[in-house]
Design a protein around this ligand. Structure first.
Ligand SMILES: [Zn+2]
Length: 277
């Protein structure tokens, strides 16, 4: 297996954002699931005393090393898990943040000439290289709580999205619907090519491994904690009128922790968040 540690970024120097009370829940969650060596805890305490606050996605360098080594050993054993690395935090400029909030839906097709660098997961699925550390960290947190997720669909090409759409239409036709009806119904579940977040590489469909966990366990955990890792439930049940997509408890979109926290707190969907911004 490839050594994924090359994707680990070094923390950047700079002023961290002021602590927000809303993050405290994520921090408590994180502290429960990351049993770190006492040295790391001591380092964290010193960092805190020095007045530097870390948000729920940020890890210091010693934590990175520990987690990277630990997770790296586990990775080759479990099929379908992301390869392993850990995100480090830091202050980013607005330009660097823009990519996280790209809105793609029926009314906002994929930008022309959109291209990304992908990372291939152990099971062959791909994701945008930039979301991979957060994804890995989230999966590791789930495993630490005895829940075993799998990325069943990540980045898709235009052709792959078309194929999924064709298959869905065919499925409805086989149930007796006319081709027009089938096409309309399929679009409630599958985005038209050019309008799918999967083509951005920033969205993942996450399910259970089917051996150690059930889909519902995975969905419940994600619904509760995914925002701590910068992911949002993109198509919530109460937003189908706005998103145009039926409730998909498995589809998560990376937007970064700041946006994810706000979206979760205010009960928004990405369309509403983008409009308010
Ligand atoms: Zn999806």
């Amino acid at each position: 297996m490839k050594d994924m540690r090359r994707f680990v970024q070094q923390p950047r120097a700079g002023k961290r954002k002021a602590e927000d009370w809303k993050r405290s829940r994520c921090r408590r969650h994180r502290s429960k699931i990351n049993p770190l060596p006492s040295l790391v805890l001591l380092f964290t305490m010193c960092t805190f005393l020095a007045g530097v606050t870390a948000n729920c996605m940020e890890l210091d360098e010693s934590q990175e090393t520990f987690l990277t080594q630990t997770i790296h050993q586990q990775s080759s054993e479990k099929e379908g898990e992301p390869p392993l690395s850990v995100e480090s935090g830091g202050v980013q400029s607005d330009a660097e943040e823009d990519w996280k909030l790209i809105l793609v839906n029926r009314n906002h097709p994929l930008p022309q000439d959109y291209s990304i660098e992908t990372v291939t997961l152990d099971n062959g699925q791909q994701v945008d290289k930039r979301i991979y550390p957060a994804l890995q960290q989230m999966f590791d947190a789930m495993r630490a709580q005895g829940i075993y997720p799998v990325v069943v669909s990540g980045f898709r090409t235009w052709e792959e999205q078309q194929q999924i759409m064709d298959e869905k239409i065919q499925q409805f036709q086989m149930q007796g619907y006319s081709s027009d009806q089938a096409e309309e119904m399929a679009q409630e579940w599958v985005a038209l090519p050019g309008t799918s977040e999967h083509q951005l590489g920033l969205a993942v469909d996450i399910n259970a491994d089917g051996i150690h966990s059930t889909g519902q366990q995975v969905y419940d955990w994600l619904s509760e904690y995914a925002h701590c890792y910068g992911f949002i439930k993109r198509y919530p049940e109460d937003k189908t009128q706005i998103t145009g997509i039926s409730n998909e408890p498995w589809h998560y979109r990376f937007v970064g922790t700041d946006a994810a926290l706000e979206i979760k707190e205010k009960g928004l969907c990405l369309e509403e968040y983008a409009k308010a911004a």
